[in-house]
Design a binder for this molecule. Sequence first.
Ligand code: HEC
Length: 161
Amino acid sequence: MIYDPANDVDETEDTQRVDRILKASFGVVGLALGVAVLLVGGLTMVGIANSIGVQASAGSGGESPDQLPGATVALDQGCVGCHSIDGSTLAGPTWQGIFETDRTMDTGDVVFADEDYLIRSIVDPAFEIVEGFDAVMPTDYEEKLTEEEINDLVDYIESLA
Ligand code: HEC
């Protein structure tokens, strides 16, 4: 083959053109890949943010009464042996739905079950006796429970309204 400088130049130009086309298409593919990665990454972040958000709102808003500290105190202190939370009557009245309702006492007096009433019912149960029930609730909870435990119990009973 005879050496032809013109040919050589052509070849070089060809190679450079191919090179440019290749670079250009790699650029496009690279860009597309980059966009895809960003999209997937972005969606993943949105997904993570969403699940964190859902958990956060579940923690702050949708807490079930069972998760309140008062539920544990009620269990530990044996309150649940006499008080149901599902409306059924045991030795004592159910706690379901009593908060902020009128309670009739054995004297015929009607007492509004606010927070003070609940506290009084726990620390001094003999002071008022709910109509239809015997005065069998232990009267020593004031000594046995801390103030915090009493507040937890009251919060718990309120949450069952
Ligand atoms: C041995 C059974 C018994 C246990 C244990 C008991 N209670 Fe009672 N409780 C009763 C009875 C009976 C009444 C209704 C008579 C009365 O008013 O004392 C009552 C009434 C109440 C009331 C008022 C309910 C209403 O309908 O107005 C509250 C509040 C209450 N108890 C909370 C508690 C808490 C909190 C505990 C545990 C720390 C507890 N009780 C443990 C028997 C019990």
